[in-house]
Design a protein around this ligand. Structure first.
Ligand code: 3PG
Length: 306
């Protein structure tokens, strides 16, 4: 019997789980659900007889992959797969996929929400500003950034982007592509970060880049904390008391923010960018369908560890 394990420390909406289960059951698979688990041992136990695994930000390391003795495929229902040891999975012949674009509108709406929270002085009552007429700089131009662009345009913002790999797509949307990351940070009133926690992006928001920010700039990070050089961020924000930082998930240096940067930051209590019923349905059902297509037809279109 093919068993699909849905293991989510941060559960999907019930309606998403119901639809995902239906896709799997229609294919004749058994579905097992491990939600809100507290100990890794629970995941190790649950994965032991699973053929396929659907996860979110759950950490899938060597130990989990070794425990999944029958595992053929892991699908990260979402975009970032920095939580999965993709090369070890490859060694073991386990296919790893993500579901690109499926939760991007939810994250984009949060990015805009954070920008509004920042420019309106955290809804404190202090006079703030408006997004209309301001420059939004997109650091990266993947699925989330494209949705942020769509919403920002409707708000009357001017959107610019820095991207290395999606220049043509950005240009086709009429977005001005900055020549360098420094230039993007220098011209933007709001910078919204949309690069993955991989390769050259790790720590890429460093003092060298931050020092170009214009007065009263707002940085919105709905990507990963790893793309920020946190020491540089804290040092920069201590120097530049006009700048604000709003992020989906707290950085490791939260204590420094609390002690020294009060009133100029906001962190979500846990990563909530994709935490909507719609995003859960889109990403969760896509994950289930990708599993069925992989097992039944060998379709590995979305494999990230080829
Ligand atoms: C993603 O990479 O898709 C988002 O960060 C969402 O992550 P989540 O599934 O843990 O909410």
């Amino acid at each position: 019997m093919t068993k699909v394990l849905i293991a989510t420390e941060k559960p999907f909406a019930n309606i998403a789980v119901a639809q995902m289960s239906e896709v799997c059951k229609n294919a004749g698979y058994e579905v097992s659900l491990l939600e809100s688990y507290k100990e890794k041992s629970e995941l190790l136990q649950a994965v032991s007889d699973a053929t396929a695994l659907i996860i979110r930000s759950d950490k899938i390391d060597q130990e989990v992959l070794d425990a999944g003795k029958r595992l053929k495929i892991v699908v990260r229902a979402g975009a970032g797969y920095d939580n999965v040891d993709t090369s070890y999975a490859k060694e073991k012949g386990v296919c790893v996929m993500n579901t690109p674009g499926q939760n991007s509108n939810a994250v984009a709406e949060l990015a805009i929400g954070l920008a509004i929270l920042g420019i309106r002085e955290f809804f404190s009552g202090k006079a703030g500003g408006e997004l209309r007429g301001r420059v939004l700089g997109l650091h990266g131009y993947g699925y989330v950034a494209r949705n942020v662009h769509r919403i920002a345009r409707a708000l009357g913002m001017t959107v610019k982007v820095y991207t290395r790999y999606s220049k043509a797509q950005a240009a086709s949307q009429g977005i001005e592509v900055a020549k360098s990351l420094e230039e993007l940070y220098a011209v933007s009133d709001v910078v919204s970060i949309h690069v993955p926690a991989r390769g050259e992006h790790i720590g890429s928001v460093s003092m060298e880049i931050l020092s170009h920010l214009k007065e009263n700039a707002i940085i919105v990070n709905t990507a990963r904390k790893e793309v920020i050089n946190e020491d540089d961020l804290c040092e920069f924000m201590a120097q530049r008391t006009d700048v604000k930082y709003l992020s989906d998930i707290a950085p490791d240096c939260t204590d420094t923010f609390k002690e020294k940067l009060e009133g100029r930051y906001y962190f979500t209590p846990k990563k909530i960018g994709a935490q909507t019923a719609e995003a859960n349905i889109n990403a969760g059902v896509a994950a289930a369908e990708q599993i069925v297509d992989f097992i039944e037809k060998g379709d590995n279109t979305f494999q990230v560890n080829k």
